[in-house]
Design a protein around this ligand. Structure first.
Ligand SMILES: O=C(O)CCC(=O)C(=O)O
Ligand SMILES: [Fe+2]
Length: 364
């Protein structure tokens, strides 16, 4: 009988600061990784005022004139970075009802024709006009840097919780200055303003770890438990929601679960919901099936005790068993943003969308 969950566990980062309480955190983390795939990280090591400053910018950035937002639209970027209008992104073949800006940690792109196309995926962000939102770029870059640092520290904790050496996951990253991690500002308008209640449809995240900031006081995020039931993950003050991406699930042979999740649009008449997910990437050229990790038998036993995952509505990012990680990410981006792919990756676009640009997508 599968161990199931009806809520997402809360882990307090400050438990790590004392040798007496640290083992408690690691044990809670082990449980969350194996049985849930989601956790709240309370009191993360990022100053509350730094987070508040970023949150305060959200309504202002989305309130920029449409022409200024369109000037940095994602379709201009081979790196899938920039602004996406409501309804252009797809999950499981249906349009997501959210508006968003994708930004990433700073990195130049040195791809040259003839190299694998996925090496084109990382590159510079497109930022809104500094005069229109003074200070936003600096505040968000600071935030990106600090969450990236937290994400590396957290990977060390994950390794420890799964019985690996503390640097047991370090082989999956290039040197920090050659890595890029992505985050986005997301706005989900209330249901009466949009075509459906699909804020974002059921999906898995790619990569290793996601650090999600729920930036307004709306329920809407839900995760799917082992039996397939949808469980609410309401916002909690001064927490990140941390979840496992498909790449981490792959390298841990399913010990750490990638858990299906979705967002429902806020109810009619509500204010918009805002969030900022941060996606930690891994090195692009790795084929994960060639990098098997060895786990202690007592940890592997936890997976048996969990049992099989009974049902899920998500199907994406299943290719980590055979393709380089960067290619898997690129396929995900192509399927989610076919208009961007059509501009910059015409061959892949034709492969995934042989009938042309979907009116109502066929992806996922
Ligand atoms: O907005 C949220 O709360 C979650 C978004 C999400 O799951 C995603 O963009 O991958
Ligand atoms: Fe997600």
């Amino acid at each position: 009988m599968a161990a199931n969950f009806t809520s997402v566990p809360i882990l307090d980062y400050t438990l790590l600061s004392s040798p007496e309480t640290r083992p408690t955190f690691i044990a809670q983390l082990r449980h969350a990784l194996v049985n849930v795939g989601f956790l709240y990280l309370a009191n993360p090591p990022i100053p509350a005022d730094e987070i508040a400053a970023v949150v305060a910018f959200l309504p202002r950035v989305f309130a920029l004139p449409q022409a200024q937002k369109d000037a940095i639209r994602m379709a201009r970027s081979p790196h899938f970075l920039g602004y996406s209008r409501l309804g252009v992104e797809m999950t499981k073949g249906a349009a997501d009802q959210r508006e968003q800006f994708d930004f990433a940690t700073p990195l130049e792109n040195d791809w040259a024709p003839g190299q694998p196309e996925y090496l084109r995926l990382w590159g510079p962000s497109q930022w809104p006009d500094e005069d229109a939102v003074p200070g936003f770029k600096a505040a968000f870059l600071k935030y990106l840097g600090d969450v990236a640092a937290l994400s590396y520290a957290f990977a060390g904790l994950v390794a420890e919780a799964l019985g690996l050496p503390r640097d047991g996951l370090a082989q999956f990253y290039d040197a920090p200055e050659r890595m890029q991690h992505r985050a986005k500002l997301v706005k989900y308008p209330a249901r009466d303003a949009v075509a459906s209640d699909q804020g974002v449809g059921p999906h898995f995240d790619a990569g290793f770890l996601t650090f999600l900031l729920q930036a307004s006081d709306h329920t809407g995020l839900q995760v799917q438990n082992l039996a397939g039931a949808w469980i609410d993950v309401p916002p909690r003050p001064h927490t990140f929601v941390v979840n496992i991406g498909k790449a981490l699930e792959a390298v841990t042979q399913g010990l750490a679960r990638a858990t299906s999740h979705r967002v429902l649009a806020p109810p009619p008449g509500s204010t918009p919901r805002y969030s900022i997910p941060f996606f930690q990437n891994i090195a692009q050229s790795l084929t994960l099936s060639e990098m098997a990790l060895q786990f202690p038998s007592e940890v592997l036993k936890l997976k048996e005790e969990r049992g099989e995952v009974g049902a899920t509505d998500s199907v994406n990012f299943s290719e980590y068993d055979r393709l380089p990680s960067g290619y898997v990410t690129l396929i995900g981006r192509v399927k989610s943003h076919p208009d961007v792919a059509q501009q910059h990756y015409p061959d892949l676009f034709k492969q995934f969308f042989p009938e042309g640009l979907p009116a109502h997508g066929t992806a996922y």
